[in-house]
Design a protein around this ligand. Structure first.
Ligand code: FAD
Length: 377
């Protein structure tokens, strides 16, 4: 047996898992079809928001808080900038489920969240225009993760602890034996006691190799940078944000290192045919139109649209994650379907995945909400 654990897909989740295993002295092999961090998966575009008072549901809060601890640890250990404490404001109508979840998460977990009226938001950050009747929940301790730096830091640390990384090596075949696995690429074949599958948008293609079917749908989403008046929008003064409208949801980042404000639309992604390459930004009219019309109405002091990029979400039907053991094989673990909100958790999910393949193979945090059984008929 060559390795104790093989990780297929060394992106956001896989690279973190590789680090936590290698740190514990495990012989771990990470295999990726590209050279992470890269622009062919779901983690590029430099930044991701981390929120703690979780609008998508309170079952995520403990994971978000543990994730933050682990990001802070990574920041201490690495040379890279990992986390920017910009604060995050969640703006929406007071009766929206998302806003209600933020308020109840903040209350039940004693999080530092300030509730602000539309006028109070406009007064504090003159770069926003907020409609009457909307409110904002300002998470003081949340902020921005430098996503590509995070993956680079996990990669460097994993390798420093002895992990082996094969890049530009798409996995072509997986064979599961009773107490081991064999993973093949075009040129090589590897065996290990356990397998972690974290291939992101490549998951659906690999599922038949391990005899699994999951209701995943890849979606193309885009994001854009705008010309920015630094005195209004720089990251020392302006927060990251989510902005929920009745039928659309946007998110964005302050200007970091003078890059300009970055804005994306969270919903409204276009289903992808994974046999075709990702259509570049600008292929569809809505790529620029949606964010520009949002900016005109709600951040009217921004300048013109500078540039945009396309990226992929892997959606589950309920937009909750899948983190589970293979139903027929205890030594095979899969984490996928991060539905456009997974990055902030990648540190803690790496830790959870490492726990699921070693020792008593149990996660210290409750992952029952992420079971794949919820989709079985
Ligand atoms: C535009 C955009 C904005 C987002 N904003 C946020 C945000 O603000 N906050 C947040 O928390 N989350 C956000 N997300 C979501 C988050 O980035 C993803 O949920 C997360 O990156 C998914 O991680 P992953 O490990 O599943 O995928 P990835 O990081 O893409 O990793 C998967 C890896 O598997 C590899 N792979 C695929 N197939 C194979 C194969 N056959 N063999 C070997 N390797 C393979 C790929 O090359 C890749 O490196 C956003 C996503 C996008 C696209």
């Amino acid at each position: 047996m060559n390795y104790e654990v093989i990780i297929v897909g060394a992106g956001s989740m896989g690279m973190a898992a590789g680090y936590y295993l290698a740190k514990q002295g495990k012989r771990v092999l990470l295999i990726d079809s590209h050279n992470p961090p890269h622009a062919e998966g779901s983690h590029h575009g430099e930044t991701r928001i981390i929120r703690h008072a979780y609008g998508e549901g309170e079952s995520y809060v403990k994971m978000a808080l543990r994730a933050q601890e682990l990001w802070n640890e990574l920041e201490e250990q690495s040379e890279e900038k990992i986390f920017l404490p910009t604060g995050v404001i969640n703006i929406g109508q007071p009766d929206s489920t998302f806003i209600q979840n933020v308020i109840s998460s903040a209350k039940n977990y004693s999080l530092n969240v300030e509730q602000l009226t539309a006028d109070e938001i406009k007064k504090r950050w003159t770069g926003f225009h907020v409609p009457e009747g909307y409110i904002g929940c300002y998470e003081v301790d949340s902020g921005v993760l430098m996503s590509e730096n995070c993956i680079r830091a996990f990669r460097n640390q994993a390798k420093a602890h002895g992990a082996v990384l094969k890049v530009n090596a798409p996995v072509t075949s997986i064979t599961i034996f009773e107490d081991s696995v064999q993973v093949d690429t075009a040129d090589e074949s590897f065996t290990a006691a356990s397998l972690i599958m974290t291939p992101g948008a490549g998951t659906r293609k690999l599922l038949p190799l391990v005899d699994l079917e999951l209701p995943l749908q890849e979606e193309r989403n885009t994001f854009s940078w705008f010309e920015t008046d630094e005195s209004l929008y720089r990251s020392s003064d302006f927060p990251a944000f989510s902005f929920e409208l009745p039928t659309e949801t946007y998110y964005g980042f302050p200007s970091i290192d003078q890059a300009g404000v970055k804005i994306g639309r969270h919903d409204g992604g276009i289903p992808r045919d994974m046999k075709q390459p990702l259509a570049e930004f600008g292929t569809y009219e809505q790529d620029q139109q949606d964010v520009s019309s949002y900016a005109e109405q709600f951040m009217p002091r921004l300048g013109s649209h500078k540039m945009g990029k396309a990226c992929t979400y892997t959606m589950t039907p309920d937009e909750d994650f899948i983190i589970d053991k293979h139903p027929g094989h205890d030594h095979v673990v899969i984490a996928c379907g991060f539905s456009g909100h997974g990055f902030k958790f990648s540190s803690v999910i790496g830790e959870i995945l490492s726990q699921l393949v070693i020792g008593n193979r149990e996660s210290t945090l409750d992952i029952r909400p992420f079971s794949m059984k919820r989709f079985s008929k």
